[in-house]
Design a protein around this ligand. Structure first.
Ligand code: GAR
Length: 196
């Protein structure tokens, strides 16, 4: 079974969705660690509730040490507000994934939902991708579209985006854990996927 670490700096609703899927048994991985760089982040309380080990870190050496100690196979970034160095990404190449609240390559950055809403696009969505040296850039694993309706407000859109994230992220982790993801250059191929 794969040992995974979730990296989060804030609310941790994606962390909770992953922890819940693991607890239910629908996601068969060992959620070994929460890595957090913010001592006041609400995600810490969520990790305590799920009895997940916490590494509160400031420096990248500390992160690497705790990943090694806990034999982490897969790093799952869920609202971790710090860029990882090129050395770190190199050491964990193709073993770091991220979730972004827009359809990449559109609306990169920290405000993906708001930027898409203000731009006036009719379709936005959620992307799960491998992390490379550039922000919100690596090979795309899964995407799910969300249609922006006439009566949507930023708030109602945010709610739908988050709901979608909470379904899509556990699905992507499951595909990786089952060995169903093959990388060919920038292209991610999904093999033997169940029809949903
Ligand atoms: C999520 O919406 C995630 O997509 C976003 O941070 C939020 C974390 O929420 N990440 C990015 O914007 C990355 N560019 P959470 O702490 O409730 O899981």
């Amino acid at each position: 079974m794969k040992n995974i670490a979730v990296f989060a700096s804030g609310r941790g609703t994606n962390f909770s969705a992953i922890a819940q899927a693991v607890k239910k048994g629908s996601l068969k991985v060992n959620l070994a660690l929460l890595v957090c760089d913010n001592p006041r982040a609400p995600v810490l309380q969520k990790a305590r509730m799920f009895k997940i080990k916490i590494a509160l870190v400031q420096r990248e050496e500390e992160i690497i040490r705790s990943l090694r100690e806990n034999k982490i196979d897969l790093v799952v970034m869920a609202g971790f507000m710090r860029m990882l160095s090129a050395d770190f990404i190199h050491a964990y190449r193709n073993r770091i994934i991220n979730i972004h609240p827009a359809l990449l390559p559109s609306f990169k950055g920290a405000q993906g939902i708001k930027d898409a809403f203000s731009y006036g696009v009719k379709i936005t969505g959620v992307t799960v991708h491998f992390v490379d040296e550039q922000m919100d850039h690596g090979p795309i694993i899964l995407q799910k579209e969300i249609v922006i309706r006439e009566f949507d407000t930023l708030k109602s859109l945010e709610a739908r985006i988050h709901k979608t994230e909470h379904l899509l992220y556990p699905q992507a982790i499951k595909l990786i854990a089952q060995g169903k993801i093959k990388l060919e250059g920038r292209k991610v191929r999904i093999t033997g996927r169940e029809v949903e």
